[in-house]
Design a protein around this ligand. Structure first.
Ligand SMILES: C[S@@+](CC[C@H](N)C(=O)[O-])C[C@H]1O[C@@H](n2cnc3c(N)ncnc32)[C@H](O)[C@@H]1O
Length: 368
């Protein structure tokens, strides 16, 4: 999904740094998991991954992409819903599902996309209409899919893996048709081409990995404390003052659902009630102390920090903090420079200048 700080494009940079440092594959804590891109790449390379983040949508991605080990069985889904059993008897339905891949997840996706009755519910009331985040059709489909997944899961008709894989597909599918410029801090006041497309679900097929991976919704320091000894702590915190809850409240709402507890939304954009997801890492005053606390709480042998050269914590302070925590007073820094273009000013006829931004990876050894 479109996500501030998503490391999908930097996975090669991160994994080759791990290789160059000679850190042997073992147990890793991805403490700021976001989209789970890094945890997923580590799982693919044989690591046992514990991942964590403050946000519920991240927990959904962690469950789907890091923890889930198996494709749900067709029998499991067949048992879920008499209506789905009915759909499976239709040759048209079977042909459409087969055109996807015929897997149980694609059967479920086909059913949720095309065969559910849709009607306006909580989500469409708040995020279609005046708040132009979604077209009414797509918002009503989000309502229907989220409510159905809740019903199936709550009644024990589908297992956790199927639930989180399909819910992750819903959050990602909704993001593709959201009428935003990438974050949910504002909607656009005219329909963008992507928003006019119908909602599509593309569930990811789970990858088998080392047993024992886990997902956590919580503060990095608290989770690190409960995990105890791990081989690698990967830290990819926010690097500026933008708090994630205000930028991603819509995926957060879809992740939490509204069947059990209906939240009271506030403001022009329909924000969720504040509930302790604000982060010390977004404060210039508190970020160094937050890093120290995390280095103190972790039982990791190696630590690798992703950071940005324009971050709240100056590069020298970041390195110094890691050096203080290391066993040998050494830090290793990898850099990747990329260009960002920005307008010199709003009034000068859109002249753009290129900035050299650096993505940093800073390493220290914490234990032998
Ligand atoms: C730069 S993003 C991580 C991106 C992620 N590596 C990816 O590839 O998608 C930073 C993440 O830190 C999370 N976060 C902020 N403060 C946190 C805290 N105190 N503990 C755990 N997670 C936190 C945010 O919710 C956000 O998902």
């Amino acid at each position: 999904m479109r996500y501030i700080g998503n490391k999908t494009r930097l996975l090669g940079f991160i994994t080759s740094a791990i290789d160059r440092l000679g850190i042997p594959c073992g147990a890793a804590h991805d403490a700021f998991a976001g989209t789970s891109a890094v945890g997923r790449a580590l799982k693919e390379r044989g690591w046992r991954v514990a991942s964590s983040d403050l946000m519920t949508y991240s927990y959904v991605f962690q469950r789907a992409y890091v923890v889930a080990q198996r494709e749900p069985s067709i029998a499991e889904l067949r048992a879920a819903d008499p209506d789905l059993r009915g759909a499976l008897r239709s040759p048209r339905f079977r042909a459409r599902a087969a055109a996807r891949s015929g897997s149980s997840l694609d059967i479920a996706a086909e059913y949720l996309e095309h065969w559910l009755d849709v009607q306006p519910g909580f989500f469409a009331t708040h995020f279609a209409g005046d708040r132009m985040y979604f077209t009414p059709e797509n918002a009503q489909r989000v309502d229907a899919v989220r409510t159905t997944l809740h019903r199936w899961h709550d009644a024990g008709l589908i297992g956790d893996d199927a639930f989180y894989l399909l819910l992750a597909a819903l959050i990602e599918g909704a993001d593709r048709v959201a009428n935003t410029a990438g974050v949910y801090a504002a909607y656009i006041k005219s329909w963008q081409p992507n928003a006019l497309k119908p909602l599509r679900l593309a569930p990811v097929h789970p990858m088998k990995g080392a047993p024992g991976s886990s997902a956590h919704r919580g503060d990095a320091v608290e989770v690190a404390r409960t995990l105890g000894a791990v081989d690698l702590l990967y830290i990819d915190p926010p690097y500026n003052s933008r708090q994630y809850p205000g930028y991603y409240h819509v995926p957060e709402l879809i992740a939490r659902g509204w069947s059990d507890t209906v939240p009271t939304l506030r403001g022009k954009t329909g924000l969720l009630p504040a509930d302790g997801q604000r982060s010390a890492w977004c404060s210039a005053r508190r970020v160094r102390q937050a890093l120290r606390e995390l280095l103190d709480a972790t039982g990791a042998r190696h630590v690798l920090v992703s950071y940005n050269s324009e971050g709240l914590l100056p590069e020298a302070v970041l390195k110094e903090t890691l050096r203080e925590a290391s066993i040998d007073g050494r830090v290793v820094c990898f850099r990747k420079t990329y260009r960002r273009y920005r307008a010199d000013s709003d009034r000068d006829g859109r002249r753009y200048r290129a900035d050299g931004l650096r993505e940093l990876l800073v390493y220290a050894r914490l234990r032998s």
